[in-house]
Design a protein around this ligand. Structure first.
Ligand code: FES
Length: 67
């Protein structure tokens, strides 16, 4: 296995729907500031659901999240 394999795997947040952290951050920037909105936009979390905590974490850590 080459280094790219691990790099690509690590930046994928949702393996079911093939969604990267960057795609989720772009979705948040475009105004999708709830997990449901991110799911509608990117399909992340709409498969097995195991990526849900990670998507929530990315959203909460973003500056667009209203505490
Ligand atoms: S990994 Fe995201 S829905 Fe399964």
């Amino acid at each position: 296995m080459n280094e790219n394999f691990f790099y690509q795997r690590s930046e994928k947040v949702c393996l079911c729907k093939d969604v990267t952290e960057e795609e989720i951050l772009n979705s948040i920037k475009n105004g999708n500031i709830t997990v449901e909105a991110i799911a509608d936009d990117t399909e992340a979390t709409t498969g097995c659901g195991t990526c849900l905590p990670e998507v929530e974490k990315i959203l909460k850590n973003s500056r667009y999240y209203n505490k």
